[in-house]
Design a binder for this molecule. Structure first.
Ligand code: SF4
Length: 363
């Protein structure tokens, strides 16, 4: 039945907020809310209700490592039975023989996208994951094996291998590649998958680095590398000397586009709201339809349309980063101000994306 409210494009269902890594660049390490796993009955309820209101894809995460959830395979199958697609993200640490046997025996046709957060492709940077259970070489082998198994099983879902780059030289991601040479060096494994693949030139990479965004390159059909700048979780990881002056006015499309259901059923409108501060209801107590049609979300959206930031979290997120002398901290200027004026930046970014898309689409 039609929803009397705009339908979010991105629905996150956090099966668990527990993670077996403790990455220095992830908000999991400062998350204050209780850790836990979603009740499987609640998951089924969410899928049924999502179907009822016309949502056709669920991202099975918000925080946490989804493959730690004991019924993850049942979750994929249940969504498939209801004709709902799922997108998955993983750090890849749980890719063992049992996993491969189970995962590739599933009907994977409802997987719309899978992301492996590889991020730290060498020994030095792998230390930033603070993994207690897995050695770097085994980790690499597992990811490499996943890619090979995917190719062997001829699965059609897009797989994105994500890498962080630390051009802004954030302290919390120290060691993450920040130069073309280091990034290129750490990706020599690609040759095993496609010996003809040509890595972007230094000029292309530097061009990209002028723009605070991400891009992805297709290595073979349905297998992509995606590079993205480390981010500060909307001003959570900021330098000690900096502070945020909250903004009262501003605009963000997340409240219109996003619904996040945390493992305990609490709902938010933001995928970076890692502590669930913007609470718009609980999916155990009411339906997704009731939550999306509730006065709480309507008020946030109506205010947003008038460029009023009603939530503290949003005021902070859109606030201004200042240093102790109340001058703009200049923290991001290094990147954005390096070559282009702000007004020119959008055009440059657009031109670069077009160029890279055309170049790599032909392969
Ligand atoms: S905290 Fe608010 S302003 Fe920031 S991304 Fe989330 S919804 Fe948008």
């Amino acid at each position: 039945m039609h929803l009397n409210s705009s339908l979010p494009k991105f629905v996150f269902v956090e099966l668990t907020n527990i993670c077996n890594f403790d990455c220095t660049f992830c908000a999991t390490r400062i998350m204050k809310r209780q850790k836990g796993m979603m009740d499987f009955n609640l998951y089924r309820k969410i899928v049924n209700e999502a179907k009822d209101i016309g949502i056709n894809n669920l991202n099975l995460w918000l925080m946490g490592e989804p493959f730690l959830y004991p019924k993850i395979f049942e979750c994929i199958e249940y969504a498939k039975d209801k004709n709902i697609g799922v997108s998955l993200i993983t750090n890849g640490s749980l890719f063992n023989a049992h996993f491969f046997q189970k995962f590739f025996s599933l009907d994977l046709s409802n997987i719309n996208n899978m992301i492996i957060s590889y991020h730290t492709p060498n020994k030095e940077t792998f230390n930033l994951r603070n993994s207690k259970e897995i050695d770097f070489n085994i980790y690499c082998e597992q990811i490499s094996r996943f890619i090979k198994e995917k190719i062997k099983h001829k699965t059609s879902f897009p797989l994105e291998i994500r890498f962080l780059i630390n051009i802004l030289e954030f302290e919390f991601a120290k060691g993450i590649p920040n130069s073309y040479e280091k990034i290129k060096d750490s990706l020599h494994f690609i040759g095993e998958i496609n010996s003809k693949f040509k890595f972007p030139t230094k000029k292309e990479f530097e061009y990209y680095n002028k723009c605070n965004d991400y891009f992805r390159i297709e290595i073979i059909p349905d297998l992509y590398l995606r590079f993205e700048q480390t981010h500060d979780w909307n001003k959570i990881f900021i330098p000690q000397e900096a502070k945020v002056v909250p903004a009262k006015r501003g605009y963000c499309k997340f409240p219109f586009d996003t619904l996040g259901v945390l493992w305990n059923g609490d709902c938010t409108i933001c995928c970076v709201d890692f502590d669930g501060e913007i609470n718009i209801g609980n999916a155990s107590d009411c339906s997704l339809r009731e939550i999306l049609e509730s006065n709480g979300i309507k008020e946030i959206r109506n205010n947003m349309k008038k460029h009023i930031l009603s939530e503290n979290k949003c005021q902070y997120c859109k606030g201004m980063l200042m240093n102790s002398s109340r001058k703009s901290a200049g923290y991001y200027k290094k990147l954005l101000g390096a070559k282009y004026k702000r007004s020119e930046l959008k055009n440059e970014l657009y031109r670069l994306k077009e160029y890279l898309c055309n170049k790599y689409r032909k392969k």
